[in-house]
Design a protein around this ligand. Sequence first.
Ligand code: URA
Length: 195
Amino acid sequence: MQRGDKAEALARLREEARMAGRHETGFAFGEGSPEARLMIVGEAPGRREAELGKPFVGASGKLLDRLLEAARIDRDEVWITNVVKWRPTREEGGRVNRAPRAAEVAADSAWLERELEVIRPRVVLCLGIRAASSLIHPDFKMNAERGKWFPGPLGSRAMASFHPAYVLRQQGADGEQLIDLMQQDFREIGKAIER
Ligand code: URA
């Protein structure tokens, strides 16, 4: 597929997904370069993502930007998306984020598969257990298996790292240690897409 064709296919897919979905909670589709060698897959949009309709633009996105920059990976050359495209929320004196349900992951996996088919990334980086268990293997164990290479979708190579929101919830030295591990993973990803 040519560059323009890919961009058009992704725009069509975005619109199709938006129209098909759970409108009331807010929607963020994937975004980035249609020619990306690297696809980064998170869990689901949060409040800021749903407001702006873009993935990883809140606090987790800031940490992601920091990690990409340290690994010299240009965010504009990556396709960034989520397993779930609608913000999962619950009522608790207002709408707050919650983890996506298995049924939501299953329902939205069709959109992720179609994004993968258009982009055909060489490398897939899963952030968090939901992306890793959807795209690498269902029993993925983050502590034991992060930072390792696995066969990914459509002939890609896949790796998983911690979810930025999880890392941001850890205080002090624990949080710093997790960020160091994520930095190692991102460096490895940077090398793989240069090759
Ligand atoms: N923002 C996203 O877009 N996805 C996540 O998984 C977390 C924050």
